[in-house]
Unconditional design. Structure first.
Length: 593
C-alpha cells in the first residue's frame, strides 16, 4: 500500500502543473507527507486566491485519480476458501500442545497440496484455519470437495480419535490484493459463515452459488439466511452436497438370479429349492425394504450383489435389512403371510399387510398351527399329519387346504397343490380369503410358465377388487415376461406414483430381470425428476420463509415444527435416494400449503 502512494506521488511531481514556481520545485524535492502539503497550501482548503483555476486543487484531483487507478489495479475478483479444523481445542486439551500442533499441521499438510492442485494459493494460516484464494468459484469448490473426500479417506484408515474433520466456507467477490495478503469485506464473510458450519460441511454464499448452480453433480441446499454481525444484513447461504460419480442405474452390476433350480415359489429365485427358501425362517412384519429405499440405488445394488440370498441368515448381521428386504418383494406368497390371513379381522388387504403378527391368539396350539410350524422347519410327515387332522375335525375349514397346498409345493407336486387351493377357494368365507387363494394359484401358474392361465387368474382377482395392489403389480410382471415394453412402463409409472416403494421392488425383483436394459433408463429418468422436484420444493419453501423475515425480522424465530420439517427435507435430499427425494417433495408441498 505504501508503494502505491509512492508511485502516485512521483507521477504528480512529474506533471507540468506541479512545476508552477521555483519555490514549489524546491518544496517538492523534500516530498513532504500528503497531509502536511494539504495543510500548508491555503488553496487546498478552498480559500480565495484571486480567481481562475486553482492548480493545487487540480493536482489533488489528479492525485486522487491516480490513487483510484492504483486501487483498481490492486482490486481483483477472487473466491476465498476458509477451512477450519474441527475439535482442535479438545485435542490440545487431551494430548498437549506439541501433539495438538502436530494435529493441526497434519490437517494443513493434507489441504495445501489439494488447494494448489486446483489452482489456489494458500494466503495464510490463522490458528487452526487456512485461508486460500482462487481465481474462480468453480476451482475453489472443486478444491473444497477434494478436501472433504480426502479427509473421509483419511478417516477410514485411522483411529477415530485421529480423524480429521474440517468446516469449509466459500465467498466470491472483489478484494484488495497485495503480495502476501488480501484485504476487504471478502475476507470477513467466509470467516463468519464458517462459524455456522457443521463438521464435514461446505457452505457457500449467493455469489458462489450463482457461478456453480449449473453443475448436475451437485446438490445445493438452501439454508436459513445468515445475518451479518456488523449490519444485520441477510445473506443467502447454501450447503453443498456432492455425489461420488452420480447415481447410475447400471443393470450389469446386479446379479442375474440364474441357478440350477426352478423358480422358488416363495421368492422367485432359482438359486435354491422352494423347500430351502430362507423366507421360511423370517418372522413378523417386514420393515427392511423401506429402510433400503432411503439408500442410493447404486449402494443397494452393490449390497445385493455381495449378499448370499440363499443362506438361512445374512452373511453379516449388519446386512440384515439387505437380506430380509429382498424377501419382502414376494411377501404375500410366503408362510408368514398365511398366518396373517388366518388371523385377519378385516377384509382390507393393505391393512392385513400392515398389522403385526401376534404370538398370543386363538390358533396357537391348534393342529393347523402346529402343522405350519413343522412345515417351516421341514418336518413334512408331522406337518401333513397335523393338517389332515385339522381337515377331519372341520371339513368346512379352508385353512388346512391352503397349508397342504404349500406342503405339496415344497415336495414338488404343483398339480396337487392346485387341487388343494381350489378346494380352499370353494370354502373361502370372505373377499380377503378369496383373493389370497387366487393369488396363490396365480403364483403357481406364473413360476411354471403358464402365462395365459396366470393372466386369467389375475383377471378374476381384479374383477373382485380392482384396486388390489398385489394383483396390479403382478399384472405388470406378466407384461414384462411377455416383453410388452410400452405397457410395462406406463403401468409402472402409475404404480410408482401410488406407492413409491414399487420403484425399489422393480429394481430388485427377479421377474423384471429380462427388461432391465429398458427399465433402468426409465427408472433413472424418474429418479432425476424426483430429485429435481425435491430440490425445487426446498428452494421455494426457503424463499417463502425468507420473505416472512421481512415482516418478522430477527430475533423472531421460525416455528419449531417448520424448522423440523426443513431439516427433514434436507436430510431426505442428502440421502440421494428415490424415497428420500419423494418424501422431501411431499414435505415441501405440505409446508407451502
Amino acid at each position: 500500500m505504501h508503494d502505491m502512494w509512492e508511485r502516485a506521488w512521483n507521477r504528480l511531481q512529474q506533471s507540468p502543473d506541479a512545476r508552477d514556481s521555483t519555490e514549489e520545485k524546491t518544496a517538492s524535492s523534500a516530498k513532504p507527507p500528503l497531509a502536511d502539503t494539504i495543510q500548508q497550501d491555503p488553496r487546498a482548503k478552498g480559500e480565495e486566491t484571486g480567481g481562475g483555476p486553482n492548480p493545487r486543487v487540480e493536482n489533488l484531483l489528479r492525485l486522487q485519480a491516480e490513487i483510484h487507478e492504483e486501487l483498481r489495479h490492486l482490486t481483483q475478483n477472487l473466491c476465498l476458501l476458509w477451512a477450519d479444523v474441527v475439535g482442535s481445542t479438545a485435542y490440545y486439551q487431551k494430548h498437549g500442545d506439541v501433539e495438538g500442533r502436530l494435529f493441526i499441521q497434519q490437517h494443513n499438510d493434507l489441504l495445501s497440496p489439494l488447494i494448489e492442485k486446483h489452482g489456489g494459493k494458500v494466503i495464510k494460516t490463522v490458528g487452526d484455519a487456512i485461508m486460500a484464494s482462487f481465481s474462480s468459484p468453480e476451482n475453489a469448490l472443486a478444491a473444497a470437495i477434494a478436501i472433504q473426500r480426502e479427509l473421509q479417506a483419511h478417516a477410514r484408515s485411522t483411529l477415530e480419535e485421529d480423524h480429521l474433520h474440517s468446516k469449509i466456507s466459500l465467498h466470491y467477490g472483489k478484494a484488495l490484493v497485495e503480495t502476501n495478503d488480501i484485504y476487504g469485506d471478502l475476507v470477513n464473510l467466509p470467516v463468519q459463515l464458517n462459524e455456522q458450519a457443521e463438521p464435514d460441511q461446505i457452505l457457500i454464499s449467493q455469489s458462489v452459488y450463482e457461478q456453480v448452480k449449473h453443475r448436475p453433480d451437485l446438490i445445493l441446499l438452501p439454508l436459513p439466511p445468515f445475518y451479518r454481525k456488523e449490519s444485520g444484513e441477510s445473506i443467502p447461504v447454501y450447503e453443498v452436497v456432492w455425489q461420488e460419480g452420480g447415481e447410475k442405474l447400471d443393470f450389469a452390476i446386479f446379479r442375474d438370479f440364474k441357478g440350477q433350480y426352478k423358480a422358488c415359489f416363495y421368492c422367485g429365485l432359482q438359486e435354491h429349492a422352494t423347500s430351502l427358501c430362507p423366507s421360511k425362517h423370517l418372522e413378523g412384519n417386514p420393515r427392511c425394504l423401506r429402510a433400503l429405499g432411503y439408500l442410493p440405488i447404486s449402494e443397494v445394488l452393490t449390497l445385493f450383489r455381495q449378499e448370499d440370498l440363499s443362506a438361512f441368515s445374512p452373511l453379516d448381521s449388519r446386512n440384515a435389512r439387505v437380506f430380509e428386504g429382498f424377501y419382502e418383494i414376494s411377501f404375500p406368497y410366503q408362510l408368514r403371510f398365511l398366518r396373517k390371513v388366518w388371523l385377519a379381522k378385516t377384509e382390507d388387504w393393505n391393512e392385513v399387510e400392515r398389522q403385526p403378527l401376534s404370538h398370543s391368539h386363538r390358533l396357537v396350539g391348534t393342529s393347523v398351527w402346529r402343522g405350519l410350524d413343522c412345515l417351516r422347519v421341514g418336518r413334512y410327515d408331522q406337518a401333513r399329519t397335523f393338517f389332515l387332522a385339522a381337515m377331519n375335525r372341520d371339513p368346512r375349514d379352508y385353512k388346512p387346504h391352503v397349508a397342504l397346498g404349500f406342503w405339496e409345493m415344497e415336495n414338488g407336486n404343483p398339480s396337487r397343490a392346485l387341487h388343494h387351493w381350489r378346494q380352499a377357494l370353494s370354502l373361502a368365507q370372505n373377499l380377503l380369503q378369496e383373493v389370497y387363494i387366487s393369488l396363490l394359484m396365480y403364483r403357481l401358474y406364473e413360476i411354471n410358465g403358464k402365462t395365459e392361465l396366470a393372466r386369467q387368474e389375475l383377471y378374476k382377482i381384479l374383477a373382485k377388487d380392482p384396486y388390489l395392489y398385489e394383483a396390479n403389480y403382478q399384472q405388470v410382471v406378466l407384461l414384462a415376461k411377455e416383453g410388452k415394453e410400452e405397457e410395462v412402463l406406463a403401468k409402472l409409472q402409475k404404480l410408482i406414483q401410488e406407492d413409491w416403494l414399487v420403484y425399489l421392488k422393480v429394481v430388485l425383483d427377479p421377474a423384471f430381470a429380462p427388461l432391465r436394459p429398458i427399465l433402468y433408463p426409465f427408472l433413472q429418468q424418474m429418479f432425476q425428476e424426483a430429485r429435481t422436484n425435491a430440490i425445487r420444493q426446498l428452494h421455494q419453501v426457503t424463499e417463502e420463509l425468507n420473505r416472512l423475515h421481512v415482516w418478522y425480522p430477527p430475533p423472531a424465530r421460525i416455528p419449531t415444527e417448520i424448522n423440523r420439517s426443513l431439516e427433514s427435507m434436507r436430510r431426505h435430499i442428502k440421502s440421494n435416494s428415490f424415497l428420500g427425494y419423494q418424501e422431501a417433495a411431499y414435505e415441501g408441498q405440505s409446508l407451502q400449503t
